[in-house]
Design a binder for this molecule. Sequence first.
Ligand code: FA5
Length: 356
Amino acid sequence: MTDSLTQALPARAAALAADFDRELAAVEASRSGDRVEELRVAFLGRKGKVTALLEDLRNCSKEERPAAGRAINELKQHVEARVSALKEKAQEWELGARLNAEPLDISLPVTASVPRGSLHPVTLIRRELLNEFRRLGFTVYDGPEIDYDFYNFSALNMPSDHPARDMQDTFYVREQEHLLLRTHTSNIQIHCMLNERPPLRIVAPGRVFRVDSDPTHTPMFHQIEAFVVDRGITFAHMKGVIDAFMKAVFGSSMKTRLRPSFFPFVEPGAELDLQCVHCQGKGCRLCKHTGWLEVGGCGMIHPNVFEAVEYDSEVYSGFAFGFGIDRMAMLKYKLDDLRQLFEGSHSFLGHFPLFT
Ligand code: FA5
């Protein structure tokens, strides 16, 4: 009994392989995932046909066992490989069946409202200012936000003991190395003049930093610096440029005024005020009841600055101005607190256009 069984094992394995292939073809034709699983259980399950053959191996004689074991193992590997390939196919059959059952119309419009971003008001006004400067023939220049005392102060006619340094409370990065966060974009004047030769027509926007915080002051804010250096440049040229671009940005009815003022790097120096848009010059909390908002300083470049960059002040003259971009955004978009610009509130920022 034992002998006939064991002798029959390789032949039974071959017959089972043929059975399996037949059933596999039928399952494949049915395209049913459930039938794939039934096939697996029937052949490889605990009470499956291949498992039963493996159990019969125990009754096999020592001599016959290697050949019988090899035949059953080959059968088992064949069945496992086919079943696993069919399982993968079954996933595709299911996906296909689902897609056919619920067809998708990808041309249908989206019903849910998708929140859209917008440009930050400072970005909007900076773009507008730069477009106007480009139209007037200026070139855009960039400079470092972390800079040495030399560019931010000393070369701008503010030696270390100069009282004007108190006007700008400074964030020092490494005080011993004279490294600081620039307090104004005027540092770009020095970088540019040391690298280029006149004639120059430069505009330089950027972030600046000061120890400052109230409704019209923030510790980080944006300035736009512009300067022109050539033979025969006068204060009248400066006034003309400032007028042209303020009118372009705020409209021809915007009133401006220049007040004499002091900045160590210009002589003569002035401050530019724009009429307060909140109260139309009548006086309110925002303009501290003066009717005007200061947006920046300007003047003729000081001969000591030219000396620091080795330009001959007998040959060249120039003007420079630096304006607060955030202050201009505040006026343009009628904001009553500068700090709103930097709070990151979506409901506030969502009011501004997506593109210009
Ligand atoms: C300057 O920074 C000079 N560098 C401007 C200048 C350039 C003068 C070239 C002459 C020639 P001032 O410290 O006044 O100047 O700053 C210029 C403008 O920056 C101010 O009028 C104001 O509009 C803006 N500003 C100053 N501090 C702040 C602040 N903390 N927050 C927001 N805006 C500020």
